[in-house]
Design a protein around this ligand. Structure first.
Ligand code: NAI
Ligand code: MG
Length: 325
C-alpha cells in the first residue's frame, strides 16, 4: 500500500531538513508526498501564513511532517496542531552514544498538554500600561493527556509518570491540572510523582535519571523540553509528535535556525527522528526501529554536522543514514 504523507517544509532550515526526511521515508516505505506551503515566505506572497488548503490537508491526512516556520511560527503551528486535534505533544529527549552531551545519561519523554494553558490565545491589551493573558485549564483536556500518559507508560519499561506543575502558586489552574493527572493515574494503577516545575528544572540538570516520562502543562513542556535539549547535545536532536485521536503531525522541536539557514549544514537528525515517530504511528514498527538505529549509528560513528562538532553537510549525514538502511 502506498502511504500518503503531507509535508510542510516551511521556512529556513525547515526547507533543508524536510527533503532529507523524505529521502529516508522513501528508503523504507512505499510513500507519496503531498507538499504544502506555510510560513513567512508564503505569507509574503499571499498575505496568509497558513493557507486554508494546507490546513485542510493536515486536517484530513493520517500523518503530516512539518519543518519550521519563522516569525509566523505561532500563526502556523498552533492552528496546525488544532487541525489534527492534537491533545498531546510527545517530546523525547535522549542522549546518544558518541554525542558530546552535558548529561549523557539523559533519557526522558515529555508529554506536553497541547491545546490550552497560557497558549490559549486569549491575550488582551487593556491600556497603554496593561496587557493580560487568560490561562485556560480544563479537567477534560488534562484527563485526556493523563489517559494518554497512562497508556504510553504501559507500553514502556518505566515505573510511572512525573507530573510537573506549579500548583503551589497557580492553585486553581495548575491545581486542576495536577488533580486530574493524579486521579487518572490512580484509576489506571500508574504510579505518579509530583514535582514543582522550577525544582524540576534544577533536578533534571543535576540528575536526569530521576525522571522518565514527564507530564506537564503547555508552556512548561515547551520550556523544559528545550532545557532537556541542552542536556543531550542541542536542538538538532529533538523530534516531536503532535498526536490527536485520528491523525498526527510530526515536527522537529527546533525552529528555522536563521543563523545557519541556507548553508546546508543543519543537523537533519531531529527531523529524521520525527519521521521515525511518524512511521511508528502509522504502524511501521520495524521500519521506525531501523531508522532510529541508523540515526543512532551515524550519531555515534559520524559523519556529524557542525552543531555536534563535525564538518559534514546535511546531505552527507542523511546519505550516511540511508547507507545504513
Ligand atoms: P531555533 O531552534 O531556530 O535555533 C536555536 C539555535 O539552535 C540556533 O543557534 C540554531 O542554529 C540551532 N539549531 C536549531 N536547529 C538546528 C539544527 N537542526 N541543526 C543545527 N543547529 C540547530 O530557535 P530560535 O533561533 O529561537 O528561532 C528562530 C526562528 O524559528 C524564530 O523565527 C522562531 O519564531 C522560529 N521557531 C519556529 C518553531 C516552529 O516552527 N515550530 C519553533 C521554534 C522557533
Ligand atoms: Mg519551543
Amino acid at each position: 500500500m502506498t502511504e500518503e504523507i503531507v509535508v510542510i517544509p516551511g521556512d529556513g532550515i525547515g526547507t533543508e531538513v524536510i527533503p532529507e526526511a523524505q529521502r529516508v521515508l522513501e528508503t523504507v516505505i512505499d510513500v507519496e508526498f503531498v507538499e504544502a506551503d506555510a510560513g513567512d515566505a508564503v505569507k509574503e506572497q499571499t498575505g496568509e501564513a497558513l493557507p486554508q488548503e494546507t490546513y485542510d490537508l493536515a486536517a484530513s491526512a493520517d500523518a503530516t511532517l512539518f519543518g519550521a516556520a519563522g516569525e509566523t511560527a505561532a500563526d502556523v503551528i498552533l492552528p496546525l496542531r488544532e487541525a489534527v486535534d492534537s491533545f498531546v505533544n510527545i517530546r523525547p529527549a535522549k542522549a546518544y552514544p558518541g554525542v558530546d552531551a552535558l548529561r549523557p545519561e539523559t533519557d526522558l519523554v515529555f508529554l506536553r498538554e497541547n491545546t490550552e494553558g497560557v497558549y490559549s490565545g486569549h491575550e488582551d491589551r487593556l491600556s497603554d500600561d496593561l496587557s493580560t493573558l487568560t490561562r485556560v485549564v480544563t479537567t477534560s483536556a488534562s484527563e485526556r493527556l493523563a489517559e494518554f500518559a497512562c497508556e504510553y507508560v504501559g507500553d514502556r519499561d518505566v515505573n510511572g509518570v512525573t507530573v510537573a506543575h506549579k500548583a503551589n502558586v497557580m492553585r486553581e489552574t495548575d491545581g486542576r491540572f495536577r488533580d486530574a493527572v493524579v486521579a487518572v493515574a490512580a484509576d489506571n494503577g500508574v504510579e505518579v510523582d509530583e514535582v514543582l516545575m522550577d525544582a524540576f528544572a534544577t533536578r533534571v540538570c543535576l540528575d536526569p535519571t530521576q525522571f522518565d516520562v514527564i507530564v506537564c502543562p503547555n508552556l512548561a513542556g515547551d520550556v523544559l523540553s528545550d532545557l532537556a535539549a541542552g542536556l543531550v547535545g542541542g536542538l538538532g536532536l529533538l523530534p516531536s509528535a503532535n498526536v490527536g485521536p485520528d491523525r498526527a503531525l510530526f515536527e522537529p522541536v527546533h525552529g528555522t535556525a536563521p543563523d545557519i539557514a541556507g548553508q546546508g549544514v543543519a543537523n537533519p537528525a531531529a527531523t529524521i527522528l520525527s519521521a521515525a515517530m511518524l512511521l511508528e504511528y502509522l504502524g511501521y514498527d520495524a521500519e521506525s526501529k531501523a531508522v532510529h538505529e541508523a540515526v543512532e549509528g551515524v550519531l555515534s560513528d559520524g559523519p556529524r554536522t557542525a552543531d555536534l562538532g563535525g564538518d559534514a553537510s546535511t546531505t552527507e549525514v542523511t546519505d550516511a543514514i540511508i547507507d545504513r538502511l
